[in-house]
Design a protein around this ligand. Structure first.
Ligand SMILES: [Zn+2]
Length: 154
């Protein structure tokens, strides 16, 4: 089995689990004492998170690392909305340069390494959900970026 096939199987094993409010049905990425939508304290039940959602909001910010050269990289945060859930998460690093074209795009929830975690060699690698574009979305945005560059003569 190839490393990429192993990685895909690991993603499937982790699944996308959320918590559904017993009163209103709203989904939350973390188990809460009270629902953020209706304030019900009904015990939430584990539920499958939708495969993805539409980008309702997007923000690009710098993340500086405390190193001698003070490297700063762009971190893109998105708010994905799907029926019953509104989930803020980081955009997958591989899609960061497509950020300007991702407004209102449908992105999937993907399991990726948590930024900044696992600095200690003995610590387990931490994972989190990030938003990731599928191949057709990537190709559509890259194509429109190339067209724009052609029109601008750059
Ligand atoms: Zn609720």
């Amino acid at each position: 089995m190839t490393p990429s096939a192993l990685w895909r199987r690991r993603t499937l094993a982790l699944q996308r689990t959320a918590w559904r409010c017993g009163a209103c049905g709203a989904l939350s990425l973390v188990r809460r004492l009270a629902c953020r939508s209706c304030a019900s304290e009904a015990r939430p039940a584990a539920a499958r998170l939708p495969d993805g959602g539409k980008v309702a909001a997007l923000s690009v910010g710098g993340a500086a690392f405390e190193k001698l050269d003070q490297v700063s990289i762009a971190r893109v945060a998105v708010l994905l909305e799907a029926p019953g859930v509104s989930a803020p998460c980081l955009l997958a690093h591989s899609d960061a340069d497509l950020a300007a074209g991702l407004r209102q795009a449908w992105l999937r929830f993907a399991v990726r390494r948590m930024p900044g975690a696992g600095a200690d060699a003995d610590a387990p690698i931490a994972y989190t959900f990030k938003a990731a574009a599928d191949r057709p979305t990537r190709q559509r945005i890259q194509s429109s970026q190339r067209e724009r560059m052609k029109r601008n003569g750059t």
